[in-house]
Each structure stands twice: as structure tokens, then as C-alpha cells.
Design a protein around this ligand. Structure first.
Ligand SMILES: *[C@@H]1O[C@H](CO)[C@@H](O)[C@H](O)[C@H]1NC(C)=O
Ligand SMILES: *[C@@H]1O[C@H](CO)[C@@H](O)[C@H](O)[C@H]1NC(C)=O
Ligand SMILES: *[C@@H]1O[C@H](CO)[C@@H](O)[C@H](O)[C@H]1NC(C)=O
Ligand SMILES: *[C@@H]1O[C@H](CO)[C@@H](O)[C@H](O)[C@H]1NC(C)=O
Ligand SMILES: *[C@@H]1O[C@H](CO)[C@@H](O)[C@H](O)[C@H]1NC(C)=O
Ligand SMILES: *[C@@H]1O[C@H](CO)[C@@H](O)[C@H](O)[C@H]1NC(C)=O
Ligand SMILES: *[C@@H]1O[C@H](CO)[C@@H](O)[C@H](O)[C@H]1NC(C)=O
Ligand SMILES: *[C@@H]1O[C@H](CO)[C@@H](O)[C@H](O)[C@H]1NC(C)=O
Length: 472
């Protein structure tokens, strides 16, 4: 709809009074939504002139297939050029591709950077020759819940649009039942750095052709979230030619551990999302240079990893019984352990955790022994315990503290660290006694001193010597 409407605007049809208000402008969000806009109600679009995001919901674009679309005159071009709209969303409409092909080029007169189609049905095939050699300002294109993403398998459209597609930076085709992506498509998107293919039906075998040699040469961010992937090994092989890949999201696939795989992930990979993938063990090999690893919402019972660049590790919602060893992750600053089966954060671990900036461990069955409760309280005192403290930290044992909040458990130094406290205390008392004795000595005759049997160390002899000095 937007294109037709922008066109109407450009053609100076704005004067035609809309009877009802179809567009609603939210000034704080700079977002304008127009419902079921038609030629007759297009006048209300004037409300959207100050918006940066304009959304067109519903309406019948089919009616405009035969609409005479002339080239724009200078004043229309000037109008389009003066719009501050950055993003156009087209939702809940049937889009005749023939119309899209005819009006897409008018975007070249605007500053629109993002174009998104949501829940649209694309119909027919367009004649894209009008776009030959044409470039557009749009850098981000997305299709969500569309019946058939247009252009797929349409060679002519691809060659006519190549000038623009070569410059595109972000592409999303989500929730659209995509099962494959031909190798040739990836070769067109030479500048693309983000590709979101979440919620489709891509299988293990579909990745190798999609990410063939020369496809998506600049790709940095790839989401394959919630697809039909099962083999960790095949995924690795499928993406290994993407030598600039930094961020890969495989969450919500049911991944299996393959018998030892020798595939190497791209060395550029920094952020890896394996949440909700049904993992029972940590899959290997992990990308060597990872900085962020999300393995939350799995069935992991133990984690032992060694990643020298890892900064953030997410392990919430697993079956861990103990804090994983962190000695081989020297630069870790964030560790999330919520919703596991961890009973204790022992004090020696806590000193290790203390160098982390952000630790969370809510909803674990804590053992509120001295070291357990003390460790958590110590972490909290250092200000390193994140979200959930104190309300989501409760004791499961010992029976006397069951149901208590960890924060409420009395953890006095005396009660918890008897050995550590008693020894220095004894020494202190002994010294105090000695000091007291010396005071007495200064005030009393010598023979009283002989009652004290002090150990014969150098210092005590010296003291005794001083003590023998006759009082004044
Ligand atoms: C505009 O959007 C803001 C933020 O979402 C919202 O709080 C506000 O209610 C909206 N205003 C109108 C008039 O809808
Ligand atoms: C748009 O049209 C649809 C059906 O044609 C209708 O259900 C809906 O209420 C309309 N929306 C508005 C805001 O008028
Ligand atoms: C997806 O789009 C169809 C129309 O093509 C619509 O009926 C359906 O409600 C949409 N689904 C979601 C989840 O938006
Ligand atoms: C997922 O892949 C399996 C084979 O690996 C296939 O049998 C199944 O039909 C696929 N499911 C979808 C929704 O594509
Ligand atoms: C997928 O994971 C990445 C991090 O790898 C994250 O930035 C992104 O938001 C996730 N995508 C979705 C749809 O949750
Ligand atoms: C991983 O993906 C999930 C969606 O499946 C998302 O909720 C989560 O935030 C992502 N993790 C990171 C670290 O971005
Ligand atoms: C932990 O579980 C609780 C309740 O089961 C849930 O509300 C919370 O979101 C979960 N937290 C995480 C980080 O998964
Ligand atoms: C709780 O910790 C104490 C001290 O470490 C230990 O003796 C006790 O067995 C633990 N209780 C449970 C239920 O793990």
C-alpha cells in the first residue's frame, strides 16, 4: 500500500479529502499507522508527514493493478525527497507483484532505509525491467509470515534488481516456510551483513548449497533460529565458508551430538547461541574464539569448557549440580546459572566468581550451610549478584532453613568459620594476657614474676629481662 500511497502523495492527490481518519500518529514514537487506506482516504496520510516509521495495515492493493502510473514530475519528486520517513511497513495485504515492480523505483526519490512486509501474500509475477540499473536507498528488507517471498526463483527479477540488492545490508525472511536457498541468490547479496532466516524449515542438507562458495561474502550475523536442523556437524560444514561470520543463532533447533566431528567453525565466530537446542552434553568442537556462548534452556548436567576469549556464558535452565569450573575461561565477566540444581556456591568458588561483573543463580535449591549462604551473601555484598537477588534465592536445606531467603540466613563470622576465627582469637587473647602481665609486673615486686612460666623464646626472654629490671 505504501508505495501506491506515496505515489498518490507525489501525484498531488493529497488534496482529496478523506472522510474518516485512517492514519494514527504517535508523536513520541514517531510512528504512524494507517488502516485499510484507499485512494479516497489517502488524505489522512498527511498526519504521517512527521513520522519516521509509517505502517500500512490492510487494504486492497489489487484494485490498483490497473492504476495509471506515470513518471513523476519534479514537484512530486521534491515532495518525496522532503519526507523524513525512514521505515515503511506493509502488513496484512495481498501484494500483486506486478504493482510492486512498477512502484518500487519511486523509493529511489525517498530516504526510506527499511522496507518490511508482514503477513502479506505476494501474487503473480512482475515485470522488473523498470528497475534495470536502478539503485534504491533501502538497506534493510524484511519479509515476515509471507506466503512466498517474491523474487525467489525469479532470475529476471534478480538481474533487474541486482544493482540494489548488491548494496542491501540486512535481509530477513522469517516464519515463511523457507526450505532452501539456492546458491545463486547468495551471490547477489554481496554487501549483506545480516541474514535472519528464523522460524523456517531449513534442514541440515539445505545449508551447504545456501552458503556455497561466493555466497554472502560479507555476512557477519546469521540467525537459523527455530528451523529443522538436527546435526551440529552438518551445520558446521554448512556455514564453514562464511569466513566473516561473527554471530550465529542456532537456538530452538533439536541438535544432536554427532560422533566426533572434525569440522572447524569460522575463526571469526564470536557470538554463538545454542539455547533451547536439547543439549545433554556440550557439543564439540566449540568455535575457538567465542566471546558469548548461550547454552541456556538445555539438559546439561556438567559443563567443562576452555575458551580463552569467552566473556559471557549463559547456562540458566539446565540440570547443573555444581558451578562449572571457570579456570580455563580467564576473561569471563558474566555467568548466568539460574534455574539449575546447584546447592552451593562454595567460598573458594566465590572468590573466583568475585572477579566476574555479573553472576546470577536464582531459583537453585540452595544449601544454606555457612559456606553456601555465606558465599552468596559475600557475592551480593561485592555487588556482583545480578537480577533476582534477594527475592529469588531461597534455601532448600538444611531443614531448619528450608524456604528461607538466603539473604535472611544469619551468617556470622564466628558461627561459620570457627577454625579460622578461633586460632587468631587465641593468639590475641594470649598477647592480651601477656600485656596485662607486663602491666602488673611494672607495678609489683620481682618475686611475683617467677610464678609465670613463659616459653623461652628470644623475645620472651627479653621481656623477662625487662621485667627483672628493678621497679623504681
Ligand atoms: C505512543 O507510544 C507510547 C510508547 O509505546 C505509548 O506509551 C503511548 O501511549 C502512545 N500514544 C498514543 C497516543 O497511542
Ligand atoms: C480494516 O478492514 C478489515 C476488513 O476489511 C476490518 O475487519 C477492520 O476492522 C478494518 N480496520 C479498521 C481500523 O478500519
Ligand atoms: C500470517 O499471515 C496470514 C495471512 O497470510 C494471517 O492470516 C496469519 O494470521 C498470520 N500469522 C501470524 C502469526 O501473524
Ligand atoms: C524436518 O526434517 C525431516 C528430515 O530430517 C523431515 O522428515 C521433516 O519433514 C522436516 N520437517 C519440516 C517441517 O520441514
Ligand atoms: C539469536 O541470538 C543472537 C545472539 O546470538 C541474538 O542477538 C538474537 O536476538 C537472537 N535472535 C532471536 C530471534 O532471538
Ligand atoms: C539466544 O536466542 C534466544 C531466542 O531463541 C534469545 O532469547 C536469547 O536472548 C539469545 N541469546 C543471546 C545471548 O542473545
Ligand atoms: C526460571 O524459572 C522460573 C519459573 O519456573 C521462570 O519464571 C524464570 O523465567 C526462569 N528463569 C530463567 C532465567 O530461565
Ligand atoms: C549442606 O552443606 C553441609 C556443609 O557443607 C553438608 O554437611 C550437608 O550435607 C549439605 N546438605 C545437603 C542436603 O547437601
Amino acid at each position: 500500500m505504501s508505495v501506491a500511497v506515496l505515489l498518490l502523495l507525489g501525484l498531488g492527490l493529497l488534496g482529496a479529502e478523506g472522510r474518516r481518519n485512517r492514519c494514527y500518529f504517535n508523536r513520541t514514537q514517531e510512528h504512524c499507522v494507517c488502516y485499510n487506506l484507499t485512494e479516497e482516504t489517502a488524505g489522512s496520510l498527511i498526519q504521517c508527514l512527521a513520522a519516521t516509521v509509517v505502517e500500512f495495515r490492510g487494504g486492497e492493493l489489487e484494485k490498483y493493478i490497473a492504476f495509471p502510473i506515470r513518471d513523476l514530475d519534479d514537484s512530486a519528486i521534491e515532495t518525496l525527497g522532503s519526507l523524513i520517513i525512514q521505515k515503511v511497513i506493509i502488513a496484512d495485504v495481498l501484494v500483486p507483484e506486478i504493482l510492486l515492480a512498477r512502484v518500487l523505483r519511486f523509493f529511489s526519490y525517498t530516504h526510506v532505509k527499511e522496507l518490511a512486509f508482514d503477513s502479506c501474500v505476494f501474487q503473480g509475477t512482475g515485470d522488473w525491467h523498470g528497475m534495470d540499473g536502478q539503485s534504491l536507498p533501502i538497506l534493510s528488507l524484511s519479509f515476515n509470515n509471507v506466503t512466498s517471498a517474491p523474487l525467489m526463483g525469479n532470475e529476471q527479477a534478480f538481474s533487474s534488481l541486482s544493482m540494489w540488492l548488491e548494496m542491501l545490508q540486512e535481509l530477513a525472511v522469517t516464519s515463511s516456510s523457507v526450505t532452501s536457498l539456492p546458491c545463486a541468490i547468495g551471490k547477489v547479496f554481496r554487501a549483506l551483513h545480516t541474514l535472519d532466516l528464523a522460524q523456517n524449515s531449513l534442514g541440515d542438507g539445505s545449508l551447504t548449497p545456501a552458503f556455497c562458495q561466493g555466497a554472502f561474502p560479507q555476512l557477519q550475523v546469521l540467525s537459523l533460529q527455530h528451523n529443522n536442523l538436527t546435526s551440529y556437524h552438518s551445520v558446521c560444514e554448512g556455514v564453514q565458508l562464511l569466513q566473516g561470520l561473527q554471530n550465529l543463532n542456532l537456538s530452538q533447533n533439536k541438535l544432536m551430538a554427532d560422533p566426533s566431528s572434525s569440522c572447524q567453525w569460522p575463526a571469526s565466530l564470536r557470538v554463538f547461541n545454542l539455547s533451547h537446542t536439547g543439549l545433554e552434553v556440550v557439543l564439540t568442537p566449540l568455535p575457538a574464539n567465542l566471546e558469548v556462548l548461550d547454552m541456556s534452556h538445555n539438559h546439561l548436567r556438567a559443563v567443562d569448557i576452555s575458551l580463552s576469549s569467552l566473556k559471557k556464558l549463559f547456562l540458566s535452565q539446565n540440570l547443573l549440580q555444581a558451578v562449572p569450573s571457570l579456570r580455563n575461561c580467564p576473561v569471563l565477566d558474566t555467568l548466568h546459572l539460574d534455574n539449575n540444581s546447584i546447592a552451593e556456591l562454595p567460598l573458594d568458588e566465590v572468590t573466583l566468581l568475585g572477579r566476574l561483573q555479573d553472576v546470577t543463580a536464582a531459583n537453585n535449591p540452595f544449601n544454606c550451610s555457612c559456606s553456601g549462604a555465606g558465599g552468596l551473601q559475600a557475592l551480593a555484598a561485592m555487588g556482583h549478584l545480578g537480577q533476582g537477588w534477594p527475592q529469588d534465592y531461597t534455601c532448600q536445606s538444611p531443614p531448619g532453613y528450608q524456604g528461607w531467603r538466603v539473604v535472611a540466613v544469619p551468617v556470622s563470622v564466628l558461627r561459620c568459620h570457627r577454625a579460622a576465627v578461633v586460632a587468631p582469637l587465641c593468639v590475641a587473647l594470649a598477647l592480651l594476657g601477656l600485656a596485662g602481665a607486663l602491666c602488673l609486673l611494672r607495678a609489683r615486686p620481682c618475686h611475683r614474676v617467677r610464678c609465670w612460666s613463659l616459653p623461652s623464646s628470644a623475645s620472651t626472654q627479653e621481656l623477662q629481662g625487662k621485667a627483672h629490671r628493678p621497679p623504681k
